[in-house]
Design a protein around this ligand. Structure first.
Ligand SMILES: C[S@@+](CC[C@H](N)C(=O)[O-])C[C@H]1O[C@@H](n2cnc3c(N)ncnc32)[C@H](O)[C@@H]1O
Length: 332
């Protein structure tokens, strides 16, 4: 079956997610073409594109390449692709579109929110969870769970979840949001979750003994809520240095619970100063027992570039003062 994926706003992140999801489900595929709007794949197994679209956070639509049903709509879509589709491809069959409404609900209607500490966008949380899943991963742990956005996205992917936060209020809020998601999506009343108070700069001992194959997916403390571009004043630099140290210490501690091959998918913040972007030192640190891995290991030519050496992806909202750079580590 041939599928064409309409990619999200950061195409490379969307491609990385699609490929990781297919690999984690042991689905075999051949890459036919890619550009900044679309990824065209031949999938060598039988799959349901609507289920796949539901799993993916960074794909807007999936088109099934079909040689039988030529429709006006299909011809229009085919024109959009700018791919040289195979001559035998006379049409594109059905298109499935993501449900924007359900993303909006998860973003804005959950009972517990926390603007002050910032919340990760739901789609980004979902993509990061997918990037963390290997074929044998059974659980996700978020050691800076905040309002539980990453945790609830992992629950919706059918995973066991563990979460912790230094702040009691956040622990209670995450539990509230889990119960809301459970009711909203009619999930099993007995879904398993364990949310507890914990300082991520120390190792969460109780998780080491779990049978689960746990991957860590997290957005750590990003620093104060700045309202204007940061200057290099001593107070600001001190705060940034504190965030830097805390993330470094946390990576060392939390990664101790990972079993071999499980992943740590983490955001490291960067700060927009008046004239430049300031990166944390932890960004370039090496960690014993962890290896940084590329987002895409396949050879894909994308707009005349090779994608296999991308080691981080920057996620920025328009006018944001704090940028989120995503990294993937694997336990060796
Ligand atoms: C950026 S927020 C995470 C937001 C979360 N991704 C969400 O969408 O709600 C960072 C969280 O880290 C927590 N935190 C700060 N320092 C911590 C530490 N040392 N250990 C654990 N949690 C910490 C804060 O209480 C806050 O909830």
């Amino acid at each position: 079956m041939q599928l064409i994926f309409k990619l999200g706003k950061i195409p490379v992140l969307s491609i990385a997610e699609i490929i990781t999801v297919l690999k984690s489900r042991n689905l075999s595929y051949d890459i036919i073409n890619a550009n900044r709007y679309f990824l065209h794949l031949k999938i060598n197994n039988n799959i349901y594109p609507d289920i796949l679209l539901n799993i993916l956070g960074g794909t807007r639509e999936i088109f099934k390449v079909d040689t039988i049903v030529p429709t006006k709509e299909a011809r229009r879509i085919k024109k959009q692709f700018k791919f040289n589709l195979d001559n035998s491809t006379t049409a594109l069959g059905f298109a499935i579109t993501e449900s924007i409404k359900s993303y909006k609900e998860r973003e804005f209607k959950k009972p517990y929110s926390d603007i002050k500490n910032r919340m990760i966008p739901v789609k980004l949380a979902k993509i990061m969870v997918n990037l963390g899943i290997q074929d044998d991963t059974t659980a996700i742990y978020d050691p800076f769970c905040g309002t539980g956005t990453i945790i609830t996205e992992a629950i919706l992917q059918g995973l066991n979840v563990y979460g912790s936060d230094i702040n009691t209020q956040q622990v209670k809020g995450t539990i509230k949001n889990i119960e809301w998601i459970r009711d909203q999506y009619n999930l099993d009343k007995n879904i398993q979750f364990e949310i507890f108070e914990h300082n991520a700069t120390t190792m969460p001992d109780k998780l080491k003994a779990k049978d689960d194959n746990i991957s860590i997916v997290t957005e750590p403390y990003l620093g104060e809520l700045w309202t204007s571009k940061i200057n290099k004043g001593t107070k600001n630099l001190k705060t940034i240095a504190k965030v830097d140290k805390s993330i470094e210490k946390s990576i060392k501690s939390i990664s101790k619970i990972l079993k071999k091959h499980q992943r740590l998918v983490i955001i490291i913040p960067a700060f927009r100063m008046k004239h430049e972007t300031m990166y944390l030192k932890v960004r370039d640190k090496e960690f014993v027992g962890l290896t940084k891995i590329p987002f895409i290991s396949d050879i894909i030519t994308f707009e005349n570039k090779e994608l296999s050496d991308i080691m981080s992806i920057m996620y920025k909202r328009r006018n944001a003062l704090i940028l989120r750079e995503i990294f993937i580590f694997e336990k060796i």
